[in-house]
Design a binder for this molecule. Structure first.
Ligand code: OSB
Ligand code: MG
Length: 400
């Protein structure tokens, strides 16, 4: 059992742990950008994405390579970060702080990065790469190192805005046939009530939710009240990306549970949102909160306050996807996550095996050490358009 105290961040027992006195020395860090075209465009209230530009980081320590994926988008539209800001912050600030460090646990990354404000996705990709390495060094599955308990996780899908309702209905029906346990529809003004009504009429009993990515304002209160008739599991982030106060006002006036995504950057935000009743559900993305350590703390705060959580996604490649799966094994991940099969997004994923979802809409958790999925390094190399290795303090040894 792991006994976490979320107020102090201390652990009574560090799972796995290194042998007494042994530490991981961060000898070098490699950043790379890979490009992966999506099989189908993904449209939210803020943008349509057709090709991902993905930032991957590798930490090289004691002969072990740990990998992380940033989650940052191509543009600063979901939050204030994007791949290019993350690259800048890592190369100028975070990599120099981490290089040469001797760490007893990946949790120590937070202290090393504390002088840099915000930029959670830049911090998270490095911290998660260190967790990835730590799991291998401890010969433990990453999910066990994080404190996970599930051997199987429930999966949902997030379906973007389509060019027509007919195309959306086709997509929903394919995902339901695949077994997914929850359908989430992206909504925005003009793509909401009619769409939800059509889907609800056709499938009266499915678990349905929606995600507005901050597309509404308090002036839309009467409009948002109309969502109640669709018996949604939740409405995700209806209002401003940086708001807690007005979400609490809104939650008091609608029946549908609000789930917060963009507004939650750390465990204090989670506690504030829960205590203010800004939401009844929280979506956790390790990327958005700056890595696994904070993600676990958000989980623990919500668990203590009886707020269920689920794992969000950022159209990740197999590395981020495998990390999301590991996180989803923690006990308070009570609702199906946006953690779905590789083949929904990619013609080929960069991990082997690819992530597969059973006909019951679940992913089985591997008992292997580390992330549980091998990397296809040749494919990663082939997809790489930019790469930089940092070794020693502030010296970039190679750039291509
Ligand atoms: O709000 O959850 C979101 C993708 C990009 C940016 C924000 C979001 C999303 C998704 C996709 O909903 C989830 C997935 O990876 O399938
Ligand atoms: Mg969301």
């Amino acid at each position: 059992m792991i006994d976490r105290d979320y107020r102090t961040g201390t652990h009574a027992w560090s799972p796995g742990g290194f042998q007494l006195g042994s530490k991981m020395k961060i000898e070098a860090i490699t950043l790379r950008e890979i490009r992966m075209p999506l099989l189908h465009f993904f449209e939210t209230s803020f943008a349509r994405t057709t090709e991902r530009r993905i930032l991957l980081a590798t930490v090289h320590c004691d002969g072990i390579d740990g990998w992380g994926e940033s989650g940052a988008g191509e543009n600063p539209f979901y939050n204030g970060e994007c791949i290019d800001t993350a690259w800048h912050i890592i190369s100028q600030y975070l990599a120099p702080s981490l290089l040469g460090a001797e760490l007893a646990s990946a949790r120590q990354c937070r202290d090393l990065f504390a002088s840099v404000r915000a930029n959670n996705m830049a911090k998270g990709v490095l911290e998660n790469a260190v967790w990835d390495a730590e799991a291998i060094a401890c010969s433990l599955p990453l999910w066990k190192l994080l404190g996970g308990t599930r051997k199987e996780i429930p999966c949902g899908v997030s379906i973007g805005i389509q060019d027509s309702i007919e195309e959306l209905l086709d997509k929903v029906s394919i995902e339901l046939e695949s077994g997914y346990q929850r359908i989430k529809l992206k909504v925005k003004p003009g793509w909401d009530l009619e769409v939800l009504q059509t889907v609800r009429d056709r499938w009266p009993n499915i678990t349905l939710s929606c995600d507005a990515n901050s597309a509404y304002q308090m002036d839309d209160l009467n409009h948002l009240k109309e969502f109640d008739r669709f018996r949604l599991l939740m409405i995700e982030q209806p209002l401003w990306h940086d708001d807690l106060f007005f979400h609490a006002k809104l939650q008091a006036q609608i029946n549908t549970a609000i789930c917060l995504d963009e507004s939650i950057h750390n465990s204090r935000d989670a506690q504030t949102a829960c205590e203010m009743r800004s939401c009844r559900i929280i979506n956790i993305k390790a990327a958005r909160v700056g890595g696994f350590s904070e993600a676990v703390q958000v989980h623990d705060v919500c668990q203590a306050l009886h707020i269920p959580v689920w794992c969000g996604g950022m159209l990740e490649s197999g590395i981020g996807r495998s990390h999301n799966i590991a996180l989803s094994t923690l006990p308070n991940f009570l609702l199906p996550g946006d953690v779905s099969a590789s083949k929904r997004y990619w013609c080929e994923d960069i991990i082997d095996p690819e992530v597969e979802v059973s006909v019951r809409g679940t992913i089985a958790i591997a008992d292997k050490a580390g992330r549980g999925y091998q990397l296809r390094e040749d494919l990663i190399e082939h997809l790489t358009v930019r790469k930089q290795t940092f070794k020693g303090i502030r010296s970039a040894v190679s750039q291509s």
